[in-house]
Ligand binder design. Sequence first.
Ligand SMILES: Nc1ncnc2c1ncn2[C@@H]1O[C@H](COP(=O)(O)OP(=O)(O)OP(=O)(O)O)[C@@H](O)[C@H]1O
Ligand SMILES: [Mg+2]
Length: 368
Amino acid sequence: MSYLKLNSLKKTYPNGVTAVKDIDLEIEKGEFVVILGPSGCGKTTTLRMLAGLEEVTNGSIILNGRDITHLPPRQRDISMIFQSYAVWPHMTVAENIAYPLKLRKMDKHTIHSKVQEVARICNILDYLNRYPAQLSGGQRQRVAVARALAVDSKLSLMDEPLSNLDAKLRTSVRTFLKEIHRNTGATTIFVTHDQAEAMALADRIVVMNEGKIEQVGSTREIYNQCGSLFTAQFMGTPPANIQKVSLISNQERLIANDKNAETQFSLDLGNQSAFPGIDRYIGEEIFLAIRPENINISEPKGINETSIEIVEPQGAYTILVTKVFGSEWKIMLEGDIDIRIGQKVSLIIDPGKIMLFDAQSKKRVNFS
Ligand SMILES: Nc1ncnc2c1ncn2[C@@H]1O[C@H](COP(=O)(O)OP(=O)(O)OP(=O)(O)O)[C@@H](O)[C@H]1O
Ligand SMILES: [Mg+2]
C-alpha cells in the first residue's frame, strides 16, 4: 500500500470555484514528487487540503494508513514551507527553528541538539543568533527549510519555496533541497509552475491543469512521452513545435499536410510502420509535436525543405528558426553552427520522436 493516497480529492470554494477536481494520486515513502502546472490550476489548494488548512469538499486523504481528511493541521504530522519567507521576524534563527518543537513540548536539551543538527544540515550554524532581517533571501529560505526539517514530519510540503529568490540563488537552493532530500529521505511534495525546476528536482512529476491531473510520471516520461497536448506544450525550453495537420499516406510514408492547405508545405514523417495504430487517423486532422532538439538539418534534398530565417547562437547550442506550415518552428542544434540566414535546408526528423495528439481529446495517439 502506498504511503500517501489521495482519493477523488475535490475542493469547491464557497464562491463556487472548483479549484481541484477529483484528484487521485499515490505517493511512496521517501519520494520527491513535484506538482507542476500553470498559475491557478489548483496546486496551492491541493497542498492546503493536505496540510489541513483548507476543508476538503469531497474525497479522502490517507497518510501512512491513517485517514487524516478531517484532522486538524497539528495532528497530521505534516510540515509546510510557503512561497513567502514564513520565518518569524521577531525571533532569532535558533528561536524560529525551536518554536514548533516547543509547541510539541519537547525538553530543552532535545530542542537544543535538534536545532544544532538541522542548522548544520542547512548550513546556517553561523547565523543562529541573527534575526531574519539580517539574512539574505536564500539564507532565510534555508531557515524555513531547517524549521520544517526539525519537526520530523511524515510529509513535507513546499509551495513554490524558491520563487522569491533571484535566478542564481534559485538554482543553488534547488541543489541544496535535493541534497537535503538525499540525506533525509523525507517524503516531499514540491509545487512549482517552473518546468525546469520540476525536472531538476523530481523523482516523479504530477502535471496539473485546470484542477485535474494531466499526467504522472518520471521526468523522462513527462518530457518524452507526453500523454497530452497540454504536457507537450508545457514542458521544454524552447517548447515543442506544435501544428494541427491532416495526415495522408503516400507509398507507405506518413505525410503531414497543412490542414487549411494555405501553404504548400508537407512534412514527410517517415515510414508509416513507425506509427503503430495510426491508420484510423489517415485523412483526419491531428496535432503534431516535435521538440526543437529532435530536428536536425541537412543539405536540401527536395523533401521537408525550408529556409533558415533566424539564427540564435547560445554558445553551447544554436537555435534556428524556420517556417513550417507557415508557423515559426525552432530547431536546436548542439554547438556553434555556421549557417547563414536564407540558407535552404532539409529537416531530418526521427519518427520515434514525433508526438501525435487526437484533435478532439488532445490525448497522445502514438507511443513507441
Ligand atoms: N479562497 C479562495 N476562494 C475562492 N477561490 C479561490 C480561493 N483560493 C484560490 N481560489 C481559486 O482556485 C483556483 C486555484 O487556485 P490555487 O491557488 O490553488 O492555484 P495555484 O495552482 O496554486 O496557482 P499559482 O501558481 O498562481 O499559485 C484559482 O482559480 C483561484 O482563483
Ligand atoms: Mg499557488
